[in-house]
Design a protein around this ligand. Structure first.
Ligand SMILES: [Zn+2]
Length: 278
């Protein structure tokens, strides 16, 4: 249904026999312009003219890719469904406005017609010409508005039905778009949360390493200080031993010295005695 309405909208905008492009593009993405031209049996320039008109209102968008073999750009077209429906909604509302205006004038004003010339005029114009046809001078008949009123009313009902349908489609489409967006947001939120968890893990790991290194440093320091103490104790003990040995040696030496001194004094006494005898 919306395809048919969009078909009519495109014809209103881009001219007769252009509406077929809607059936070709609807529900697809990035359609090659040469395939559009082939399907529509139009030249590439005719197709581009239609698409440029529609793209001016944002109803279609394109991407272009360079053809590596031929060296020129090929355009790929996508119908923007939401934009199309919005445009269609506006067009239908305008149509309803116009029809209601027409209905109002049929219901409140008189019209006069000449059957042989098949023309109809308003009351002011009929009065201007003395209620006779300005073409054939025949006296005007008062138009029966009832048929026209009935037609206009049924037209309004039909267009209002289309409008309701399109507005329903728009609500659905927008809900779909919102859902897709919410899903994307959720995905992004999750990625962000995952990233945070990962960073937290990395930071915790780094902190652990630092703590470990610090602890290791402390242990090494402790070991070093214990070793230093042991070495210092050993040094002290050795020093004591050496000192003891020195004292002992001194004693021995002193003893020896006293013996030597005694011997010396004895020798001197002996020497004196001998010299006295001489
Ligand atoms: Zn006439």
């Amino acid at each position: 249904m919306q395809v048919k309405l969009l078909h009519d909208l495109v014809e209103e905008m881009a001219g007769e026999n252009t509406g077929r492009i809607v059936e070709i593009l609807f529900g697809k993405r990035d359609v090659n312009e040469f395939s559009i031209a082939k399907k529509m049996e139009l030249t590439i320039n005719q197709v581009r003219n239609i698409l440029y008109k529609l793209s001016a209102d944002g109803l279609v968008t394109f991407i272009r890719k360079k053809d590596k073999r031929k060296g020129w750009y090929i355009y790929y077209w996508t119908l923007k469904t939401e934009k199309c429906l919005v445009r269609l909604e506006k067009s239908l509302m305008d149509k309803i406005d116009g029809l209601k205006h027409l209905l109002d004038s049929r219901e409140t004003r008189r019209f006069y017609s000449c059957k042989s010339c098949a023309i109809e005029v308003g009351e002011e114009k009929a009065l201007e010409h003395g209620f006779s046809c300005e073409e054939c001078a025949e006296v005007y008949d008062l138009s029966d508005n009832s048929g026209s009123i009935r037609d206009t009313k049924s037209k309004i009902t039909r267009v209002e039905k289309d409008l309701t349908l399109i507005q329903g489609e728009l609500v659905l489409l927008r809900a779909k778009i919102a859902k897709k967006r919410a899903k994307e947001d959720k995905k992004m939120d999750k990625e962000e949360a995952d990233r945070k968890v990962l960073m937290k893990g990395i930071r915790a790991e780094a902190r652990k390493k630092v703590a470990k290194a610090k602890a290791l440093g402390k242990t090494v320091k402790k070991k070093v200080s214990v070793k230093k103490k042991i070495v210092a104790k050993k040094v002290v003990a050795k020093k004591k031993i050496v000192a003891k040995k020195v004292v002992a040696k001194k004693k021995v030496v002193t003893k020896k010295l006293s013996v030597v001194k005694k011997k010396l004094s004895l020798a001197q006494k002996l020497k004196k005695r001998i010299s006295r005898r001489k």
